[in-house]
Design a protein around this ligand. Structure first.
Ligand SMILES: Nc1ncnc2c1ncn2[C@@H]1O[C@H](COP(=O)(O)OP(=O)(O)OP(=O)(O)O)[C@@H](O)[C@H]1O
Ligand SMILES: [Mg+2]
Length: 477
């Protein structure tokens, strides 16, 4: 399933806002309610003071009557209609005043049917139900030596309506602000993702041969590791691409001449006047095919030994056995030239080496093959294995012409062959040897043997721990 980060974030951010605002609204409802209660209770107390001021300690009956008459005129026009909580009318608060004998002296017209004799109520605030309505009431003496009791009642509905009204107002504003929230979140995410769009455009519009790394200067921190990994991949792809390009170019270049020679040999065989010449021509064709196969084989080996690739299948293997096997395989070539080839090792026990057995086999084969190929007849080749606590050394010593000092670096270049070398070859063997040595962190040294004649090549493998994590797969050889 394809997820949209934008939609995901928008949904969850709006959900979070909804949850937190709902909780805040509920909390505010209770807080507002408490504040309103205090505020309205304060108003009830003020009204008590007001009534106290109206009735002196000894009001005459005539005064009380006049007072009652004017109080009756305070009410709203529709006396019988329901009490309207908003706007606060005079009907919101009702009161009754009794003398200490319980005789009702004053009352507002819509005062609840509360009788001081029938209801037991302490002085102070209480919430009571009279008839069908709930009232917040305050019962207070007119003053300390007073002969009157004041009862003030307020419809509870007024208070709760106000708290509800405030809460609904908050919710209403919240709902209105939702589209704005959504829009702002959408724009913010869009801006945050703009660098991803830039990278996508950069990658999707580039040419197939463009392996440039993506600029990470303005990439967000969270995306940086992904872009860095992508850049590393580009580098590896670039190297692979270059290697393959070089392989094609090398193959085309190196095979052109032997293939032309093959064609000539085939034509010669075709036009041969007798069987003997035809046989000679076809033998040359076979030799030419072998040479081409060898070149292709060497090129393939080299192209698979990518310098940036690391070794797979690293294990400790028996180097003594491997070297003996290779010498046995090359022995027929040595015998043809009457070359004395031998394997020597200082230790009595077999020598083991930690590395990739296949590639080290290729390394020994190339060096021993050179030694046999470039050593004249009746010469000698010695493959020596030595080891100490720190390193294992493979040395190949021959009695051939050797390599002049000034060319000892150049012979490792691809296709380089020392001028005048008669024996056939593609000039890739030592480049392969160098690549394999580098993969094993080994060191190669070229020199003359102690007797001064020939060539001694040493490949020194330091004993090291191969960290599994840093070594990844190399293409199978
Ligand atoms: N033991 C040696 N004695 C004298 N010259 C050598 C010896 N080994 C290598 N060379 C010289 O170095 C050159 C490069 O050797 P390298 O192994 O790279 O290529 P090659 O043997 O010509 O071809 P390939 O090994 O690919 O078949 C050789 O052509 C040869 O001139
Ligand atoms: Mg060679």
């Amino acid at each position: 399933m394809n997820h949209s980060i934008k939609r995901f974030l928008l949904f969850y951010l709006l959900l979070s806002i909804t949850l937190t605002s709902s909780l805040t609204t509920i909390g505010n409802y209770f807080l507002d309610n408490r504040t309103l209660q205090r505020h309205f209770d304060g108003q009830l107390t003020q009204t008590v003071y007001f009534i106290r001021a109206l009735i002196s300690s000894n009001p005459t009956p005539a005064y009380l009557q006049r007072l009652q008459e004017s109080i009756s005129g305070f009410t709203t026009k529709n006396k019988k209609g329901p009490v309207q909580p908003f706007p606060f009318g005079i009907d919101r608060m009702q009161f009754r005043v009794w003398n200490t004998n319980g005789h009702l002296l004053l009352q507002t017209p819509l005062a609840p049917d509360f009788d001081i004799h029938n209801h037991k109520l302490n002085y102070g605030f209480s919430t009571i139900t009279i008839g069908k309505s709930t009232w917040r009431v305050l019962l207070a003496p007119a003053n300390s030596q007073s002969k009157f009791i004041i009862f003030i009642a307020e419809h509870y509905e007024v208070r709760s309506s106000l708290a509800h009204e405030l809460t609904w107002g908050n919710l209403f504003m919240l709902l209105w602000s939702y589209p704005l929230f959504g829009l702002l979140i959408w724009l913010s995410i869009d801006r945050g993702l703009s660098s991803l769009r830039r990278i996508t455009t950069n990658i999707s519009t580039r040419h197939t041969t463009n392996f440039d790394t993506v600029d990470i200067s303005d990439v967000p921190l969270e995306v940086k590791p992904m872009v860095e990994a992508l850049n590393k991949l580009f580098l590896r792809l670039h190297e692979t691409f270059e290697r393959n390009k070089r392989f094609s170019a090398d193959a085309a270049h190196e095979l052109r001449t032997p293939l032309a020679a093959l064609r000539t040999q085939a034509q010669v065989a075709l036009r041969a006047p007798n069987d003997q010449e035809r046989k000679l021509g076809l033998t040359n064709v076979i030799l030419g095919v072998d040479r081409c196969t060898h070149i292709v084989q060497q090129l393939l080996t080299l192209s698979r030994l990518a310098p940036e690739a690391a070794l797979s299948d690293i294990k400790s293997f028996n180097l003594s056995v491997l070297a003996a096997e290779i010498i046995a395989q090359l022995a027929p070539d040595a015998i043809k030239k009457n070359i004395d080839i031998e394997l020597t090792q200082e230790t009595k026990h077999d020598i083991y080496l930690l590395g990739n057995e296949t590639t080290i086999g290729i390394l020994i084969r190339n060096l021993a093959d050179n030694a046999i190929r470039y050593t004249p007849e009746n010469g000698s080749v010695v493959v020596g294995l030595t080891e100490d606590a720190n390193q294992t050394t493979i040395s190949i010593t021959d009695s051939g012409p050797g390599i002049p000092k000034e060319l000892r670096t150049r012979v490792f270049e691809r296709f380089y062959r020392v001028l005048g070398t008669k024996a056939s070859g593609s000039g890739l063997g030592l480049a392969i040897v160098q690549q394999i040595s580098e993969l094993h962190d080994a060191h190669i040294s070229l020199g003359a043997p102690t007797n001064g004649k020939g060539l001694e090549i040493k490949v020194i493998f330091p004993h090291k721990q191969f960290d599994e994590g840093t070594y990844c797969a190399i293409e199978p050889l």
